[in-house]
Design a protein around this ligand. Structure first.
Ligand code: PGA
Length: 251
């Protein structure tokens, strides 16, 4: 089974337009001619269109960091799937731990966002992952399984082929503390087993599962060597052109 690796950058709430265009141009240059791996960047909403323009003609895909669940309407502060497509996004990050834990997004909300993305043809990256307290309490697998089951409720097998899953242990995000290769591989294998139960084995074998949480040039090669790690979702290091270039070119 070959799953094309996906190297994804999550820019979070960083960069003005000029800064975003400069970084996007550098990522496009670093990705030129790559065919054995995919590259994606997720800038803030305000720079999506400019970033899309900056990567035109390169294989770099552009993603949003969240998505509203209706086509339009009285939903102050939300951005709809058609609006994201119009701005040039092809993919969208959904259920990031900062959305869950800083902004209180529930699994029900995350499921609505994910189904809306699929309905309008945006490819979702569903993030799951346990907090430090949950890991120490021994409930990592229960938490991850619940987030998967609830996030993917009413998602059909045909739709599931367009979904990417990202395992991001909350304790590893922005902390400099990466999960060990073994911890990450164990969680990824577990996620694939849950997907086999929710769908079926051959489908689960096709789903890309990304690891996120303090991915850096120093640890990307060994993480990517794990059997069930099909890519990385990179926060901090994706804001540095040189570091992200090295991560794109993992060996
Ligand atoms: P980090 O963030 O690489 O800065 O830990 C990862 C993420 O939040 O997606």
């Amino acid at each position: 089974m070959t799953r094309t690796p996906l190297i994804a950058g999550n820019w979070k709430m960083y960069l003005t337009k000029a800064e975003a265009v400069a970084l996007a141009s550098a990522v496009a240059a670093a990705s030129k001619g790559l065919s054995d791996r995919e590259v994606m960047i997720a800038p803030p909403f305000t720079t999506l269109a400019a970033v899309k323009e900056a990567v035109a003609g390169s294989p770099v895909k552009v993603a949003a960091q969240n998505v509203g669940w209706e086509k339009e309407g009285a939903f102050t502060g939300e951005i709809s799937p058609p609006m994201l497509l119009d701005a040039g996004a092809e993919m969208v990050i959904i259920g990031h731990s900062e959305r869950r834990h800083v902004f209180g997004e529930s699994s029900a909300m995350i499921n609505r966002r994910l189904r809306a993305a699929l309905q309008f043809g945006l490819l979702p990256i569903l993030c799951v992952g346990e907090t430090l307290a949950e890991r120490e309490a021994g409930s990592t697998f229960t938490v991850v399984e619940e987030q998967l089951a609830q996030g993917l409720a009413d998602v059909t097998a045909a739709q599931m082929d367009s979904v990417v899953v990202a395992y991001e242990p909350v304790w590893a995000i922005g902390t400099g503390k990466t999960a060990s290769n073994a911890q990450a591989q164990e969680a990824h294998a577990f996620i694939r087993a849950v997907l086999s139960r929710l769908y079926e084995k051959t489908l689960a074998e096709r789903v890309k599962i990304l690891y996120g949480g303090s991915v850096k040039p120093e640890n990307v090669d060994s993480l990517m060597a794990q059997a069930d790690i099909d890519g990385v979702l990179v926060g901090g290091a994706s804001l540095n052109a040189g570091a992200f270039e090295r991560i794109i070119h993992f060996q």
